[in-house]
Design a protein around this ligand. Sequence first.
Ligand code: NAG
Ligand code: NAG
Ligand code: NAG
Ligand code: NAG
Ligand code: NAG
Ligand code: NAG
Ligand code: NAG
Ligand code: NAG
Ligand code: NAG
Length: 755
Amino acid sequence: MASMLQFFPILYLPFIFIYCTAFKSNLKPYIVYLGSSSNGNGGEDLSHLQLLSSLIPSEESDRISLLQSYSHAFKGFSAILTENEASRLSGYDKVVSVFPDPVLKLHTTRSWEFLEAVDDKFRSIHPSNEHKSSDIIIGVIDTGIWPESPSFSDEGIGKIPSKWKGVCMEGSNFKKSNCNRKLIGARFYNKNRKGSPRDNIGHGTHVASTAAGAPVDNASYYGLALGIARGGLPSARIASYQACLTDGCSGSVILKAIDDAIKDGVDIISISIGISSIMQSDFLNDPIAIGAFHAEQRGIMVVCSAGNDGPDPYSVVNTAPWIFTVSASTIDRNFQTTVVLGNNQSYEGTAINFSPLTHGKAYPLAFGEKVAASFTPAFDARNCIPGSIDPKKAAGKIIVCVNEDPNVSNRIKKLVVEDAKAKGLIIIDTEGQLLPFDSGTYPSAVIGESTGSRILSYINSTKKPTATILPTKVVPRFKPAPVVAPFSSRGPGGLTENILKPDIMAPGVAILAAIVPKIIPGYSPPGNKTSLFSIRSGTSMACPHVTGVVAFIKSKHPHWSSSITKSALMTTASVSNNLGKPLTNSSDYYANPHEAGVGEISPIRALDPGLVFETTVQDYLYFLCYFGYKPKILRSITNTNFSCPKISAEKFISNINYPTISIASLKKNEDIRKIKRVVTNVGSSNATYTSNVEAPPGLKVLVFPNRLNFSAGLKRAAFKIFFDGKEASKGYNYGAIKWFDGLHVVRVVFAVNVE
Ligand SMILES: *[C@@H]1O[C@H](CO)[C@@H](O)[C@H](O)[C@H]1NC(C)=O
Ligand SMILES: *[C@@H]1O[C@H](CO)[C@@H](O)[C@H](O)[C@H]1NC(C)=O
Ligand SMILES: *[C@@H]1O[C@H](CO)[C@@H](O)[C@H](O)[C@H]1NC(C)=O
Ligand SMILES: *[C@@H]1O[C@H](CO)[C@@H](O)[C@H](O)[C@H]1NC(C)=O
Ligand SMILES: *[C@@H]1O[C@H](CO)[C@@H](O)[C@H](O)[C@H]1NC(C)=O
Ligand SMILES: *[C@@H]1O[C@H](CO)[C@@H](O)[C@H](O)[C@H]1NC(C)=O
Ligand SMILES: *[C@@H]1O[C@H](CO)[C@@H](O)[C@H](O)[C@H]1NC(C)=O
Ligand SMILES: *[C@@H]1O[C@H](CO)[C@@H](O)[C@H](O)[C@H]1NC(C)=O
Ligand SMILES: *[C@@H]1O[C@H](CO)[C@@H](O)[C@H](O)[C@H]1NC(C)=O
């Protein structure tokens, strides 16, 4: 599955001119991070250049130039350096970290690989008449924006908030007038002639419209998923920062975009981008983690996607505790594609296709291995591997393929059978049914294994098997939903297992949102105008759902800090599906917190969470102490006299006041482990909460005190949780502590690795 999800070819050196110099020696772009900005006024370029000239030999003075310079929320720059220069620089006193400028990837899947559904949950939050303006500004760091989309109309929206200090940059095919009271800002960083804030890929447009798109009536993907498309908070403003082009997203540019967004005055930053999970090395070598830290310092929440490298464990990225990390789920709509066999038996599959075939006419049906090219192994032909199908045998037929080779995506199978002049494609792939495969006008259906074996035995049972594939219909209220998307990256986090990641799950499969209207041959039904909306899947699509919900919560609770908002969402998330059963993964097993985080986001409940866990910048600094950073480094990233606690060990990370609890290692023979938390009451002042523990058999969990009475004017209360793993089974044990006051359930999820 993972290989199918790679869409954007990644070039490791994003700027052409770097190629030229790179051949000279081991020169490459580095990010040099210098910690907190002293005044926040900008204008550090001179001192950055001085630093460079102290390092670079004068005969190479052409290299004394800054690719990017950061000076608003934090200090630093990117420049072309040798490895030796980079390593010398990292020894300088004021330097926090120096690391090669990484190329990050968008957390989306191929646009046409999947199909849509509108998210009823978010629609139901907003009565359709609620479209007044809000002063909440969402910064979207992505591929830019297609400003003409109806999702960015500013009709009915009031004047631009006075706190906004950003710009609408002009560029190729992008004028100041492309911004409006909805799309209030747009920046780009590509300095060549074609540079422009304009989105030519579609990802940024999709993500921005999911977070804050204006309501658009009758939105659909060529008639499918027809309804009102709208963002999480349709009245919020959008500022677009283009950090990704077709060759990926340069880390130094993402960092610049975050610095700009903070300076411009955004309230929330949405980043559906991440470093590859195998390349994560450190929190302070990760441009998103660095930028997000400084955003959080200024009260700006950063919401990020968890990545699409699931279902392997340790694949989650963007795992710093100050980031809100989002995994992806399915929603309750199915894109049903019916296969009718010659015996009139019909079967429901999934796909998105605008098949021209009808019920009236059937076509010969054949299993891939029965139309194999000569000297081709049966395995290759039944998997429809390129070169394995004989056009002489397959032409005019509907071909059945299986999915035993993860390297051959549905899209490749489609190209293979289409190339062999086959009439259509049926793919047997139980898990693939969850991710509607978009085959455009080519007839296709993905069916489960039990249906598949029935179709294969039908083929066996008759001399002239035939079938037809009908165009897709959307089936609402599909059950079960939500289900963890198979591609969604899984915890535990590779950098530390003492913070539970991902945090929360949101819809990320088959999401309908605005797109760059482009004609893709073979994908739009003949006679239709190019669609303004499209269906995409990925944690990229889940992230802006959370961003939109955070904006919604902020609009109702303007004084809540980002950690209060995050806690409110995390302790109230939904843990059951629409069958009333516990959430599952795509193999129909209980979805554990390393797959689903605390569960599916539940915006309305989060408005009234009762108790919240406030995580302060000091907590995050303690986290970095426990993780192993020297106090000197932490003083530079905060510009304060900060000192680490006297005793420091990685296991103390579990004591950071986070809304979940994770213990990387609880030895069976160790004493009871004590974890501390402090809750803040944001509900009625006379509340009394009692605790209740859900733990797997063998793991002893005790909460003390088990009653919290806030009547005496108390705002905060501390409690301890004792974990005893002596009789627990080895490996991760998952459970939750629930505080209940008769009105609110405050659910604190834990994951404890017993060794
Ligand atoms: C668009 O939706 C409205 C209802 O919101 C409906 O009356 C109208 O017929 C729709 N238009 C089209 C072209 O489908
Ligand atoms: C596209 O065309 C199909 C049939 O040709 C029609 O049913 C559908 O409504 C059209 N969709 C749009 C968005 O034009
Ligand atoms: C299948 O159904 C159609 C009408 O729906 C009928 O005309 C045809 O004879 C049936 N074929 C068989 C094999 O039952
Ligand atoms: C898929 O590709 C990988 C690497 O290219 C290879 O190691 C693996 O064997 C392939 N899987 C199959 C089933 O061919
Ligand atoms: C179809 O028949 C072949 C032998 O002709 C057999 O190997 C295969 O298992 C049969 N498949 C099904 C699904 O009955
Ligand atoms: C679902 O969970 C089960 C049990 O934990 C696991 O064996 C399986 O691999 C998971 N499936 C996916 C797709 O993650
Ligand atoms: C830092 O510490 C010094 C001496 O301990 C003190 O004079 C100074 O005020 C402190 N600065 C801050 C920002 O706390
Ligand atoms: C707590 O106070 C609220 C008003 O703030 C009141 O409606 C409620 O009845 C009180 N509950 C108890 C148990 O006293
Ligand atoms: C909470 O404390 C108040 C006073 O401190 C007391 O009157 C009340 O009975 C307590 N409530 C519970 C449920 O213990």
